[in-house]
Design a protein around this ligand. Sequence first.
Ligand SMILES: *Cc1c(COP(=O)(O)O)cnc(C)c1O
Length: 428
Amino acid sequence: MNHSTSEQLFSRAARSIPGGVNSPVRAFRSVGGNPVFIKRAQGAYLYDADGNRYIDYISSWGPMVLGHAYEPVTQAIQKKVMESTSFGAPTELEIEVAELIKGMVPNVDLIRMVNSGTEACMSALRLARGYTRRNKFIKFEGCYHGHADSFLVKAGSGVATLNIQQVPGITGGVSADTLVAPYNDLQAVEELVATHPDEIAAIIIEPVAGNMGCILPLPGYLEGLRKICDREGILLILDEVMTGFRLARGGAQERLNIDADLVTYGKVIGGGLPVGAFGGRKEIMDKIAPVGNVYQAGTLSGNPIGMIAGYTVLQELNENPFIYTSLENKTVHLENGLRHILEKRSVPHRINRIGSMISLHFCDHDVVDFQTAAAADISLFNRFFHFMLERGIYLPPSAYESWFLSDALTNEDLDATIQGAEEFVAGL
Ligand SMILES: *Cc1c(COP(=O)(O)O)cnc(C)c1O
């Protein structure tokens, strides 16, 4: 495969953009080599600057659940854009989006729009602190909640990919309020709670972790956290930036039958535009300005272009819930195919999957937290990544990321992917 245009673009990019990219995981640092530059995408396919085609398994890291350049979305944006792109004043469309989401997620009474998942999590944490009048919070090793200061302690995603142990610029005071426990370990949470009585405002968690591979909560784990929160007056924040509207209409809350006090969204909610949101029970959300005094704001929050893109995707998911069955069937097909060829060749592996999130780990132990994910053969994954890329299959460029399927994928795409993996395995 010829990547000469991408190579030229990357060296040009590196002269004006830090590391040549506007978000670190795009840089291929952990898998080695240089990123391919994408020119356009349609359905399940990415096309790079050299004209190569790739079957896409990142879906822009989640948002493109219905595929790229999905016509109802592109048309809605085109129509809306003619009426201007932002007013700094309220619109009816924002109400329609909020009402639609409330219909899809029963325990959201009020929801506030922001511009990214980072903003959503940062704002939800501030709100939890304001509401409980406590400062500390618990997060989990390998979970990523965006790049706000408080969350960059033992974070997953790019922080794990780049093996950054401690992020310079985060003050000791901020880190001291961030308590960290291993994922899937209730006892560790009990111990933190016992050590810091009446000091913990919130527990924030990815209900399915997608930033250290795809890691499912063990049976009873989320329920255990819910109980601790109820007992201790701690707010449970479910970060559904990845899982929201992807695992089910009501996200992980519906799929795993768990109730959050506050929930954060991003990715799918914007249909490919920069949108995030946080919501929850009225008595908590009423603490947000202008009703309450927990300040939170955004010049472009709820802008009509982001709203119409998100609305179009959410409405489709709401009206056609069979999309979730279709997404799951496709992902199960991929899972079964990969497992079959890995078993046939006796390659140690674990495949974690729920709905349309899946990850492959080269190891022979269960992957249930960051440590077990990190103990897999990362260099083998990196070789696998490049092998697949050269065959036109675009996997996440890191062993610490979930793959995201879109409904635009066909069985032929999935079979081509399984066959690519089979060729890789055969060469081991
Ligand atoms: C992507 C992600 C975020 C951050 O969202 P951005 O839009 O990139 O700021 C937060 N939480 C989770 C679980 C994510 O996957």
